[in-house]
Design a protein around this ligand. Structure first.
Ligand SMILES: N[C@@H](CCC(=O)N[C@@H](CS)C(=O)NCC(=O)O)C(=O)O
Length: 207
């Protein structure tokens, strides 16, 4: 039995459930983290000492770190598809997943927390503005990458698109003052036609 611990409005949980639904793999998702708590309880900490979501549990095999979970599950269920067989394509998808965490997350997280989870009177507007500028520079890099391909690692949809699309969705929804980036917008429109993206990301309210 495959269990995903994590609330459905977490971007990191969304990566995993989106990938699972693309592959039509059955699983159970448990509401954990945020308003549901549980992450600081000893049995949960024994699985994930970071007190974060998601955590994957599969017949005794425990895994945390959302991108590692996406890599594991796509390798297991869809090598040659979401998990590319060609080492160069796979390395490229991996690279964009790492870049999401290290380069994009640092900007979109303060924007999301500032505009969605902080009352207007308490917002750090300087931080939101510097993050907006950081996001523009990062999105320019992604836009350039997409100028000659349909998806981040080539012409096929792979695991590499998933983490970035969830952040780009937040960017598009929360910040209107941003330059037009044609390739990025076309890529996002392409992804928006996927029902798993719509159900597990686009249709989930920001809270
Ligand atoms: N690098 C970790 C980050 C996990 C993380 O920060 N998760 C957030 C939700 S997106 C969390 O657990 N927040 C605390 C909570 O929900 O209680 C991953 O990718 O899995």
């Amino acid at each position: 039995m495959l269990i995903i611990h994590g609330r459905r409005n977490s971007s990191n949980v969304q990566k995993v459930v989106w990938a699972l639904n693309e592959m039509e793999v059955s699983y159970e998702r448990l509401d954990v983290g945020g308003e549901f708590g549980i992450v600081n309880e000893p049995p949960y900490l024994a699985m994930n000492p970071n007190a974060r979501v998601p955590t994957m549990e599969e017949n005794g095999f425990i895994l945390w770190e959302s991108n590692a979970i996406v890599r594991y599950l796509t390798a297991k269920h869809d090598t040659g598809g979401l998990y590319p067989s060609d080492p160069k394509v796979r390395a490229s998808a991996d690279r964009w997943m790492d870049w999401q965490h290290t380069s994009v997350g640092q900007y979109i997280t303060p924007i999301f927390w500032g505009l969605v989870r902080t009352p207007e009177s308490e917002r750090d507007l300087d931080l939101i503005e510097s993050s907006r500028l950081g996001m523009i520079a990062a999105m320019q890099i992604l836009n350039n990458n997409l100028s000659d391909k349909n998806f981040v690692a080539g012409d096929a949809f792979t695991m590499g698109d998933i983490p970035l699309a969830i952040h780009v969705y937040r960017w598009f929804r929360l910040i209107q003052d941003r330059p037009t980036m044609e390739h990025l917008e076309n890529w996002f429109d392409r992804l928006s036609k996927r029902s798993a993206f719509k159900t597990h990301v686009l249709d989930i309210p920001f809270t």
